[in-house]
Design a protein around this ligand. Structure first.
Ligand code: ZN
Length: 292
């Protein structure tokens, strides 16, 4: 029997979607509003329910995660958010549907994966609903962009839902990503990338706007359609196509990042764009993975 050579083995064997509970947010938050932020935070009565999703990739060199979801302690522990103002605002901006079984380690176990096997975690950005599972993967390298990490040490990161006490965990192996110039013509809109597996199968791209250092991940492997995980760059695909920005974030940066993603879509017509809180993303991604 001849062993299959590295070169013909697909880089990524499987992609898994992991829903770590659900969140409701105001329509104005999700689709944007001409009203001032504090007006809709305090008065809006319209809620939209969305999943809180992380993703796992069985790469030939290790188990990789894109985000880690929310920590159920956010709901069960009244002191999870230490600042009283933070707790007050949180309950006006979000309604959570998260239980103990939504913890990252349990979700991985349910699909026969072991949190202890995770070698790298791509943290799209530092919001609490993306870093909530990092305590379950202390052995993993946590990749975050340099710009996002800088926000952590600027004044009052908590105001932007960046909770230092749940990020700067003792022993957490945070690694800052530096983007480098690329001559890949497909990535011309971005000009830079970070190929963290070294084989081009999983490439990080800067897509700021939702937060200063938000990044997306392009996945290209034989046996898979091209996939772009965009985190919270947009909450749904349609607003990205229509240049409709959400109620939070930097509108100018968001639109610039949207345009880059649309350029990538033109270059890769079968690209599947996957926003982390899009209720229709799960079905679209499953269908694309099955079809391919
Ligand atoms: Zn976010």
């Amino acid at each position: 029997m001849v062993a299959q050579s590295e070169s013909i083995r697909p880089a990524i064997r499987a992609v898994h979607q992991i829903t770590t509970g659900y969140v409701e947010q105001h329509e104005e938050h999700r689709y944007g509003s001409s009203k001032p932020l504090m007006w809709w935070v305090l008065t809006s009565r319209s809620w939209v329910k969305a999943p809180i999703t992380a993703y796992a990739f069985e790469h030939r060199d290790g188990l990789i995660l894109f985000d880690t979801g929310v920590d159920p302690a956010l709901v069960s522990d009244p002191d999870y958010i230490s600042s009283p103002i933070g707790r007050f605002i949180l309950n006006r901006v979000f309604r959570f549907h998260v239980g103990p079984d939504d913890a990252l380690d349990k979700k991985l176990e349910a699909i026969n994966l072991d949190a202890a096997d995770v070698s790298k975690v791509i943290v799209s950005h530092l919001h609490f609903d993306h870093i909530g599972g990092i305590a379950h993967v202390p052995q993993a390298e946590l990749l975050v962009s340099e710009d996002e990490w800088r926000r952590l040490s600027a004044p009052n990161p908590e105001r932007d839902w960046i909770l230092r006490e749940h990020i700067e965990l003792p022993g957490a192996n945070w690694q800052r990503v530096e983007f480098v110039p690329t001559d890949d013509p497909l990535l011309a809109a971005f000009g830079v990338c970070h190929d963290f597996m070294g084989d081009g199968s999983m490439v990080l791209l800067p897509t700021p706007g939702h937060s200063p250092g938000s990044m997306s991940m392009l996945v290209r492997s034989s046996g898979l359609p091209p996939l772009l995980f965009v985190g919270d760059l947009t909450y749904e695909l349609e607003p990205l196509q229509n240049d409709q920005v959400a109620g939070i974030g930097n509108a100018e940066q968001l639109k610039a990042s949207f345009a880059k993603v649309r350029e990538l879509q033109e270059a890769l017509p079968d690209l599947v764009v996957v926003p982390s809180h899009d209720p229709s993303a799960s079905g679209k991604l499953s269908a694309a993975l099955k079809q391919h």
